[in-house]
Write a protein that binds this ligand. Sequence first.
Ligand code: GLC
Length: 531
Amino acid sequence: MIETYFWWQSGSIYHIYPRSFMDSNGDGVGDLAGIIERLDYVDWLGVDAVWISPIFPSPMADFGYDVSDYTAIHPLFGSLHDFDRLVAAAHKRRLKIILDFVPNHTSQLHPWFVESRSSCANARRNWYIWCDPAPGGGPPNNWLSVFGGSAWEWDEATGQYYYHAYLKEQPDLNWRNPEVQEAMFDVMRFWLERGVAGFRVDALRQLIKDEQLRDNPPNPAYRPDQGPYHSLLPIYTTDRPEVLEIVAMMRRVIDSYAERVLIGELYLPIERLVAYYGSDGTGCHLPFNFHLILTPWDARRIAALIDAYEAALPAHGWPNWVLSNHDNPRIASRVGPAQARVAAMLLLTLRGTPTIYYGDEIGMHDVSIPPELAQDPWEKNVPGLGLGRDPERTPMQWDTGPNAGFTAGTPWLPLAAGYPTVNVATEREDPTSMLALYRRLIMLRRAEPALSVGSYRPAGVSGDVLAYLREHEGRRFLVALNLSHAPQQFAPGGLRLHGRAALSTFLDREGEHVSDSLVLRGDEGLIVALD
Ligand code: GLC
């Protein structure tokens, strides 16, 4: 039987944070014309799809995750015409465009909310979550905002509170209201008609809140350094059973177009994450798996994570892996530059769709932002705990020129000081660079279906080496990753090791004959094509 795979199964996704990718007009903020200018680079890298964080009109209280018009483009990023040009330019290169869909909340300046807050009798009042004060006064219950403080905001004019899972400038829509559902499905159709390949759905776990508004219980494992939101367990505000009913409706919209993808942003433990695959055809194609971001960098812990995830997947569930994103410290900062190469090999040889965060492919690390230059509202609301996300959102480093070739103006966030060596132009010339490694990994993955769609079998952990086998139609690969800085010897149990090195993270062992046991240098990962 010949199995066929969808592009979103065999391909890889590249995540662009548009404010920081490429500025074409010198205002210091990236834009759509900038992305178009750099599309040849994205194509050269070898990825299949680009997911772009929000580009819609927004007062930018949360840098675009507060949308004031779902069917237009923020002038800062360009126009609908630029968007159409981007889709056409992408399609010419056989690249797909995935948009960010932000259904949980709008901006407080969205006309729907402006109407909703105008009076208790307004026809859109019930489009948001309004509530009377508690009997003794004050907020209706103890629910907290992810970004700090109560999740309820008092509205003096109408004498009620409204609910916001994030900033008070981001009121939550009432997804129990069928009118809201239809309006938002229309938004999806608007972009699907314009040729987008699907959506990454923001804050999906937040969509439905407990109808009885029960208090969230205290979190017994709370550590203050996690931020005040974690003092409670958000069991009545997130991952409610009815969220899956909404996902099924979104999936029906997606499935009325050919070959589109529904990706869910879901910070959930594995057993709950996999519930979002739904029963066959009713869930997300890819509930984003963030566990590589959350798991300590240790061979045993990572092996246990992969096993737990593979075991929990439903039969129809296609795996996926994410190494970094715009909300978390970059991989190079989490594990250091040497291990970031090993992490790249892990990401691009695991079974399932990989998502690459822009800049990780050149080894960008977090940039510490002085308080006076802080932009992220989370940092401003809850300062000093390192919760702010500016460090992982700094401008892409293109070349050795001023501002790394990102902008001719003043960049909205400072550039990393190391950009004269860590940049695309320099690394393209260096056959051993991080960029060279990423490209080789992506190309190898494209050429060898065993590495993308092939079966996965653990090959054990020995010392700090994590190893596994990938196999497809007779092609077999062993991947052995040394997660430490010290050399390690590795002999897989129960496997005749005989083959040739296909790729080392040092890019220097290709073709080397391998038999019986492997010696890995510190910080080395190796892909062996088995005979
Ligand atoms: C998601 C986004 C994050 C945003 C939040 C509120 O977690 O990834 O950047 O701040 O939702 O929309």
